[in-house]
Write a protein that binds this ligand. Structure first.
Ligand code: ADP
Ligand code: MG
Ligand code: MG
Length: 897
């Protein structure tokens, strides 16, 4: 058999490693079956079939609205293989599909190679019609159960296969509406309270709704049901939420999904039945505890869809102790087998446990670190493996600010802490509103009654998510944790009226009303909700992260420095493990209010003497800046970039500022206005800036270097070890650097006044020409630091400030794989960098090479720098730990064969 693989009855035609072909769910069902675990038998239709169907479907309908009909578009062998596989399931379960006395019911489940929780469709209880429902009732001696299955099946099938669903985002699902009506009529509080008779009435009403909405009766033929469901699962690969999820997680759209057809087991046969989800460790915090939720007398979708709020797994030990003990045993076995935290789906039928799914659990950044470190302590992983399990980008979450415990306000409400972190934002009530507000640059919180996978685009746009219903294992909570978004579920005092755009918190006989746009703070670590914005404080490296970082530092070869202009930033970066400053921009120092006037005087001065007079005022202030930085960075190198931006950026613009400058300099306002106009450039990014400033006005750099030298010698006298590195920006020809080297060496030597402080002089490489003539530039340089922001701009001929209008569309359409300002472009910019490194080291072996653009903290770019033989990367303070991990992973992946 080629297109269909079986599992169950103690064996399987596949293993966990076959995820590409069987999908993650199918591959792990096969693995569990072959481990002898209790898995209901079934079979997997491979992803290959989905690809064949998608491809042919596109031919059939050039508009892309293919029908995904597997019988028509799939391979010829498919029908026969499915029939044979179904027969085997019938044998194993002693039932027959569509049989009027002992019918087989199946679930038809999606399952892609990469896990996409809740993004695609699944149908339960397939194989029911008016005849088989009676047989099911008779065999189970339970009418209520049989009709409960039937009504669930019709609602799911009609939604997924027949497309009968709510017309708009805010509208209620038609089947929910009917069910609510029947519950009211029969005075039933909960779904479980409905009698068999009421459920029979529900089925009749559901069928009438299908007839009304589609003009056709609900399909009775079980074979037609099966193929309809298979086609619909294939189609769900392309539904909008799956598409958003794939884009967000960089999953390819061409892989397709597998389809799993599996014998049903029933968690809704009575009170000795249950269904649930469990994690082998807490996915929010990483704590080693069986963690999860269940519902008695229910079917699986009730838990994962977040419709009913389930009970914590610990309760299961009291209700169904034997099944709970078995679950504990299986959970441990699976975690040990996969050597990672597992996310399990299970059902208990009449006291007997069945496993329906296992996968490596999605987790928060915090849990990611703790689980990896704990698994090493438990002897299950090697430190190297633990480091390779870390997604460096996800560490970002751990480094997010939290609510300051010293200034914590009184919460207005509390829910379940589904995903940690603090979020402050304006509240909105629909996913679309979240999207729209976020596009206007607002930080929003998505506030909903329940969480639905349909909301994925809104969750992506929001800073945090708050819901009235749903548990900690609902799909929305899983997705939020995956995104590292703060999420609180089951906030029972919350009422949301999405149509009226209002919400309220009810409690203690009081009601607090809120409207769209009001500000709340969420604490996803405690589940607490605050009105207004609560004070935040920066994150600290916890002890697990500290341990991880110790390993990381043993494995990496790249050094990690930071981009810091202020002592505060430098201090933060050092606490995160920065090994020096790779870029200190001096222009920020010029912008401070008490200095800007002196800077302006310098710019408008008519001659060198005037400029020097103004610069003399700046000198002591600049020296003080460097003294502070050198103190913080005691023993570590500090690379200082001399003035880079075009001078006009410092000039006054408002009439009042112009008047003030005129008064100080003894010029007229008109003269100043003329000077401003004279300095205005058509294309400042390519204009009079960087080293070009100092070629025309050498005294600017001279004074800056004097400040550096005097600060260094002052610190040295205090007993500090200082390592100044002077960096010249925007060099395009070797002659520029040659002159600057002479100038800086002279000024530095003079300023040091004989104090023996080693210093170096190097350059930023940020123009394509500089990469090409790097061998000659290196003759005057002690180091190169690639300024990849400008290098990307100049290589692409793309202004970063203007690219926002069209670059997102390039990425969206797949014209570019990613934003080159975020992820270093290896083919173009990367090739120039490699050329530059090779050229530089050809004339100066051992030339020190680093990077100081934004890319220095982006994991894949860090890996590029490692491969290109860099000595260090430099990034913003909060990205230092991320770069350290990325550097270690780069070194470790090289070790592998
Ligand atoms: P998703 O990928 O959205 O989680 P699944 O295919 O895992 O969808 O199905 C959702 C839930 O449906 C499962 O967690 C399980 O509880 C229930 N389910 C699926 N197949 C079966 C089955 N054969 N018997 C009983 N319950 C099932
Ligand atoms: Mg599932
Ligand atoms: Mg630059």
């Amino acid at each position: 058999m080629k297109y269909v693989r079986q599992f169950g009855g103690g064996s399987a035609e596949g293993r966990s490693k076959d995820k590409a072909l069987l999908g993650g769910k199918g591959a792990n069902l096969a693995e569990m079956a072959s481990l002898g675990l209790p898995v209901p038998p079934g079979f997997t239709i491979t992803t290959e079939v989905c690809r064949i169907v998608m491809e042919k479907g596109d031919d059939v309908d050039p508009a892309g609205r293919s029908e995904f009909d597997p019988l028509h578009l799939g391979p010829d062998e498919l029908r026969g293989e499915v029939e044979a596989a179904l027969e085997r399931v019938e044998e194993l379960t002693q039932t027959r599909f569509g049989d009027p006395s002992s019918p087989l019911l199946v679930s038809v489940r999606s399952g892609a190679p990469a896990s996409m929780p809740g993004m695609m469709d699944t149908i339960l209880n397939l194989g029911l019609n008016d005849t088989t429902v009676a047989a099911l009732a008779a065999r189970a001696k339970n009418d209520r159960f049989a009709w409960d299955c039937y009504r669930r099946f019709i609602a799911m099938y009609s939604d997924v296969v027949l497309g009968v669903s709510a017309e708009t985002e805010d509208a209620e699902d038609p089947f929910d509406k009917i069910l609510e009506g029947i519950k009211t009529k029969h005075r039933a509080q909960r779904d479980q309270d409905l009698s068999a008779e009421a459920l029979r009435e529900t089925v009749a009403a559901f069928k009438a709704e299908v007839q009304r909405a589609t003009g056709k009766p609900f399909p009775d033929d079980v074979t037609a049901q099966l193929w309809g469901a298979i086609g619909a699962v294939f189609r769900s690969w392309n539904n909008p939420r799956a598409d958003v999820y794939r884009k967000m997680n960089g999953i390819s759209a061409t892989m397709g999904t597998a389809v799993n057809v599996q014998a049903m087991v029933f968690g809704n046969l009575g009170d000795d039945c249950a269904t649930g989800v469990a994690f082998t460790r807490n996915p929010a915090t990483g704590t080693a505890e069986l963690y999860g939720e269940f519902l008695t007398n229910a079917q699986g979708e009730d838990v994962v869809a977040g419709i009913r709020t389930p009970e914590p797994i610990a309760e299961l030990a009291k209700r169904l102790p034997a099944a709970h003990a078995e679950l504990v045993r299986v959970a441990k076995l699976l975690e040990d087998h996969f050597r990672d935290m597992q996310d399990l789906e299970f059902t208990i039928q009449s006291g007997q446990l069945y496993m329906l799914q296992t996968r490596n659990g999605k987790r928060t950044g915090k849990a990611m670190v703790k689980v990896a470190v704990d698994l090493v302590a438990e002897g299950k992983l090697q430190p190297k493996e633990a480091v390779m399990r870390i997604d460096p980008a996800k560490l970002d979450e751990v480094l997010h600010p939290t609510i300051d415990p010293k200034a914590r306000p009184q919460p207005v409400a509390k829910g379940l802490p589904a995903s940690p972190g603090a979020a402050i934002g304006k509240i909105v009530f629909t996913a679309s509103a979240a999207d729209q507000w976020a596009q206007k640059g607002e930080t929003v919180l998505l506030v909903r009654t329940d969480t639905s996978p349909e909301d994925i685009h809104g969750m992506k746009a929001a800073a945090g998510i708050l819901t009235a219903r749903g548990g900690m294992t609902s799909h929305a909570a899983v997705v939020a944790r995956g995104m590292g978004k703060c999420c609180i579920t089951s906030c029972t005092s919350l009422r949301v009226d999405a149509a009226k755009k209002t919400a309220s918190f009810i409690g203690g006989g009081k009601e607090l009303k809120l409207k769209e746009g009001d500000v709340l703070t969420l604490d996803g670590s405690t589940g607490e909700v605050f009105v207004g914005s609560a004070p935040l404080m920066p994150a600290q490296l916890g002890s697990e992260l500290g341990t991880l970082m110790e390993w990381v530092d043993q494995f990496r070869r790249l050094k990690v420095r930071t981009n810091a202009d202020t002592p505060t930033d430098a201090r933060t970066a050092r606490s995160f493990g920065a090994e020096g400053i790779g870029l200190c921009r001096t222009e920020h120092m010029f912008f401070q209010p008490e200095r800007i006037m002196a800077v302006r005087e310098m710019i408008v001065a008519g001659d060198e003497a005037g400029r020097r007079a103004a610069l003399a005022k700046i000198l002591p202030m600049q020296r003080e800046d460097f003294v502070e930085l050198f103190r913080v960075m005691h023993e570590l190198p500090v690379t200082i970039r001399l003035l880079d931006p075009p001078l006009h950026e410092f000039l006054p613009h408002t009439p009042a500022e112009i008047e003030e400058l005129a008064a100080t300099t003894g010029k007229t306002a008109t003269q100043i206005t003329h000077k401003v106009a004279e300095l205005t450039e058509a294309n400042p990014m390519l204009g009079h800036r960087g080293v070009r400033l100092a070629i025309t006005y050498p005294e600017i750099y001279e004074i800056q270097v004097q400040a550096i030298g005097e600060a260094a010698s002052q610190c040295a006298r205090e007993g500090l070890l200082v390592h100044p590195e002077i960096m010249i920006p925007l060099v395009m020809v070797p002659e520029e650097l040659k002159r600057m080297r002479e100038l800086c060496t002279k000024a530095m030597t003079k300023a040091l006044g004989g104090v023996p402080i080693p210093f170096t002089i190097g350059t930023m490489i940020e123009l394509p020409r500089a990469c090409v003539v790097a061998d000659r530039i290196a003759q005057h340089a002690d180091f190169f630091s690639f300024g990849t922001n400008d290098l990307t701009q100049t290589t692409f001929g793309l202004s970063r400030d203007d690219a926002g209008r069209f670059l997102p569309s390039y990425v969206e359409q797949g014209v570019l794989p990613s934003d080159p300002f975020a992820v270093l472009d290896p083919d173009g910019v990367g090739a120039l960098i490699e050329l530059g490194v090779r050229g530089g080291r050809s004339s100066k072996p051992g030339l020190k090479v680093g990077i100081c653009g934004e890319h220095g903290g982006e994991p894949s770019s860090v890996e590029f720098c490692h491969r290109a033989g860099f000595d260090y990367v430099s990034c913003s303070p909060f990205r230092v730990p991320i770069a350290r991990v990325a550097a270690a992973r780069a070194a470790l992946s090289e070790e592998r064969p």
